[in-house]
Write a protein that binds this ligand. Sequence first.
Ligand SMILES: Cc1cc2nc3c(=O)[nH]c(=O)nc-3n(C[C@H](O)[C@H](O)[C@H](O)COP(=O)(O)OP(=O)(O)OC[C@H]3O[C@@H](n4cnc5c(N)ncnc54)[C@H](O)[C@@H]3O)c2cc1C
Length: 421
Amino acid sequence: MSPADTRETVADVTVLGAGVVGICTALSLRERGFSVTLIDRNPPAEGASHGNAGSLSPWSCVPQSMPGLWKNVPKWLLDPDGPIALRLGYAHKFFPYAVKFLRAGNLERLPTIADAMLGLTLPTVTLYRHHLDGTGSENLVRDSVYVHVFKNAADADLTQLGWRMRQERQVPIEVVTGDALHEIEPALSSEFKAAVLIKRQGRALDPGGIGKALAEKAQGMGVTFLRRSVEKLVPEADGAWRIETDQGAMPAKKIVVAMGAWSKKMMSDLGVNAPLEAERGYHLIFQNPGVTLNNCIMNVDAKFVVSSMNAGVRCAGTAEFAGVDAAPDYRRAQVFNGMIKRMFPDINTSDTVEWMGPRPSTPDSVPYLGEIPGFTNLIAAYGHGHTGMTMAPKTGEVIASMIAGESLDIDVTPYKIDRFN
Ligand SMILES: Cc1cc2nc3c(=O)[nH]c(=O)nc-3n(C[C@H](O)[C@H](O)[C@H](O)COP(=O)(O)OP(=O)(O)OC[C@H]3O[C@@H](n4cnc5c(N)ncnc54)[C@H](O)[C@@H]3O)c2cc1C
């Protein structure tokens, strides 16, 4: 134990995990005057927060599990280039989660889920701009449209459930076809006939870079960053905690668990078994693409997102279930090679970088936020699935407000960790 770890100098709050969720939580806590220690075994923002698609959509309110989705699952699983993959040896572990996931997609719960998602997504761009202010990296967030493209114009159909949910929540959407679409994205193949535009959102030019800039800002504001691997959390008699790490044990007063997809193991060791699955996504960056995209573009049929970033054109998507720490299967990333050429015929695909990272997914696409029943001073901030880059800043605000005892501007019931019990 270092001198900094004695009980007198223990931070008010120890945040476990320096992904974008942990970093934003540390910033919001520090803004309220709390002393904060942030722990990660790696440098900041090198988990899922590093390689995501960078769509910062205030309007994300449609969960992954939707009524009728199960009908597509067999065809997706059988297609080696399809959007989901399940490693055979992992199927028995995945099955209980899959059942909960499919059950979550029921019509009665959808409005609650959609509103809970929106509660965390709406202020994303404003909060990122606030946090990035003064870092020198302000330009890493750009205004964008989210262009959902279709080859078959009839598929840009706003009467479908997901689009109806958005319209009921005043999401600014519009259908464009033909020349109007190609004026917005000139590099897009003319095989794409229509798009639904979701307007007034943001896109990240370097998601990991945003995380690192914010972590640096947090350190400048007094947050202590410790590079350690957390091995076990042990409750102490006085309501405080002992954190066992690869560099010895350290005391903590109050813990926020923000370890993304790795939170499951840490929590299950404490007997907390809230469903969480590592939904492993891949990206492929085309470093010298020769084309520029003006917005985030979602290929709706193939289920991946493409965006021009500082490092090149990034294609990101797919969901692979294999366990959080299984070795990557980069064939999942190479699939994008063929697909991107069909979307952008002029793109240069010769110079690529591949990556895999685990989305921390819950069955209903709503993260776990708040006190963990049965424990004191243990707070969940994980499970952000497909929209964690977007939800992180508001998550930080919600967690910091809870800890500060402030009145909250959203109903936190849908985020409770015991909702699947
Ligand atoms: C392909 C892909 C595309 C995506 N696209 C988007 C998008 O366009 N928009 C969007 O909003 N979201 C997107 N997401 C989702 C988003 O990236 C995640 O939800 C978000 O990054 C989760 O952040 P996190 O901080 O919870 O987890 P992470 O970023 O994974 O951070 C968890 C941290 O915990 C640390 N940790 C774990 N275990 C330990 C331990 N034992 N000891 C110490 N440290 C530990 C890890 O090192 C890591 O730094 C995408 C994800 C993927 C994979």
